[in-house]
Design a protein around this ligand. Structure first.
Ligand SMILES: [Cu+2]
Length: 186
């Protein structure tokens, strides 16, 4: 091969390489967009009875029918998940009360976190939407507070360690009223 041919060949390879790279990054972006819309979403309703409720039973969750006739909802008790799975929580508060009296959030805590201590500290953290700032290392995922008619959401990756992770509403009094549940990682 002549030297000029070699240079042409190298230039050709470089060009193909550059195009290939561009294509694959486009492809990656498309895959990401697709996966975002494909994320398993759990629509939770926060009710005045201070419970996490859902409209009906579904695959991957377990519910208890102990809310009486309250909006024909059932109480969400557990969410089952695979390690590393992506889950989106959408929390809507159903209430006529002002947000200062009735608002909800959804906070998922690590296995080794002290839930009672977290809840006790949350009462003192009104200025930070009832999230104790010195205990954020105990939180895997959290939504903002949702007042009546509002919807908040969070997307998170399920931890790799199997176990029963507790999720809570940290608005004062709601945890002890039963506004909590378990994310079961299998
Ligand atoms: Cu609440």
């Amino acid at each position: 091969m002549k030297l000029t041919h070699i240079f042409t060949f190298i230039a050709f390879i470089a060009l193909v390489g550059a195009c290939g790279g561009g294509e694959s990054s486009d492809q990656q972006q498309a895959t990401q967009e697709e996966s975002t819309s494909d994320v398993r979403t759990i629509e939770i309703i926060g009710i005045d009875a201070m419970k996490f409720a859902v409209e009906s039973d579904a695959e991957g969750i377990s519910v208890v029918d102990d809310l009486g006739s309250s909006d024909e909802l059932v109480r969400l008790e557990t969410i089952s998940a695979q390690p590393g799975e992506e889950i989106r929580i959408e929390l809507t508060t159903r209430s006529q009360l002002p947000a200062t009296a009735m608002a909800h959030n959804w906070v998922l805590l690590y296995l080794d976190s002290d839930t009672k201590a977290f809840i006790n500290a949350a009462v003192q953290a009104k200025e930070n939407d009832y999230i104790p700032q010195d205990m954020t290392d105990q939180i895997i995922a959290e939504t903002e507070l949702a007042g009546g008619g509002e919807t908040v959401s969070v997307t998170f990756t399920v931890p790799e360690t199997p176990g029963e992770y507790e999720y809570v509403c940290s608005f004062p009094g709601h945890y002890s009223a039963g506004m909590r549940g378990t994310l079961v990682v299998e």
